[in-house]
Design a protein around this ligand. Structure first.
Ligand code: COD
Ligand code: ATP
Length: 241
């Protein structure tokens, strides 16, 4: 199995590119969705780590107080966002509290796809480098955008001011550094058609033949190893008798 890491900066276009992967039939695990309440998507099959009553939810309420909840008891994301994107210490606290739950949620989503026999899985993790999860993915695709376009798109999408947008950008490692660490870079500064054109090349690269190690890590690869080992043991036992 090949785990492709997809990352970038806030509003650099990760969801846009992950949408292209999905349209091309490549399964995508989205960390932002894992870290959201079910109600946002109405997709109850997804692992979620901050839904009311879960371990992640309890930790957030304990650390940030009941004032962080909506009337229905779910986390008020807009309010939590305001807090953590303006206070680095609170953001570190939130990250520390949620990191084990998010990695666990991502792991479960990957496991479900592995059981289905998927050979190439894209994991869209905004904080892939920050959380050091890039150790588990190869190749790493970084969706890059020039700084001016990034802030413009962020302000327009989230209807926020320049200061707020800059605060959110600064809450992550520099996008240029992520670009320098990438195996593959998609420059999403141009039109959607430009990005789609680059994507076709990237799709070819990530869906190329699997290495032996990747084959062995796939469901069928592991099953073959188990079956061959069992057959070998049985044959050896028969010969010994
Ligand atoms: C802070 C929260 C409440 C803001 O919610 P909101 O709906 O406004 O934003 P959303 O979840 O859609 O995230 C938008 C983008 O913000 C950035 N972002 C989210 N959390 C963080 C964080 N802790 N640090 C830096 N950037 C972040 C990511 O680029 C993400 O794609 C929410 O993002 C959250 O609970 N974050 C903590 C979980 C987390 O770390 N998510 C990232 C997965 S690796
Ligand atoms: N090539 C493009 N041309 C014009 N607009 C774009 C392009 N790519 C993305 N956008 C727009 O920019 C915004 C950010 O894109 P997107 O939501 O895909 O980014 P993201 O990296 O997933 O964001 P986040 O980090 O917040 O999850 C969206 O409003 C999207 O429609």
């Amino acid at each position: 199995m090949r785990l492709v890491g997809l990352t970038g900066g806030i509003a650099s276009g990760k969801s846009t590119v992950s949408g292209l992967f999905k349209s091309a039939g490549v399964p995508v695990v989205d960390a932002d969705v894992v870290a959201r309440p079910y109600a946002d998507y109405g997709r109850t099959h997804l692992q979620n780590v901050v839904q009311k009553g879960t371990g992640g939810w309890k930790k957030i309420v304990k650390a940030f107080g009941n004032g962080i909840l909506l009337e229905n008891g779910e986390i008020d994301r807009a309010q939590l966002g305001q807090v953590v994107f303006t206070d680095p210490e609170k953001r570190k606290l939130l990250n520390r509290l949620l990191a084990p739950h998010i990695s666990c949620g991502i792991f479960w989503e990957i496991l479900k796809l592995w059981v289905k026999g998927c050979l190439v899985i894209v994991v869209d993790i905004p904080l892939l480098f920050e959380t050091k999860m890039d150790r588990w993915t190869d190749p790493v695709v970084v969706v890059w955008v020039d700084p001016k376009t990034q802030i413009e798109r962020l302000m327009s999408r989230d209807s926020c001011g320049q200061e707020q947008a800059q605060g959110r950008i600064d809450a992550q490692l520099a996008l240029d550094w992520k670009k320098s660490e990438a195996d593959i870079v998609i420059d999403n500064s141009g039109s959607l058609d430009d990005t789609k054109e680059q994507f076709q090349e990237v799709l070819k690269q990530v869906s190329g033949p699997l290495t032996w190690k990747e084959r062995m890590m796939s469901r069928d690869g592991l099953l073959s190893i188990v079956v061959c080992t069992a057959a070998g043991v049985l044959l050896a036992q028969k010969n010994l008798l």
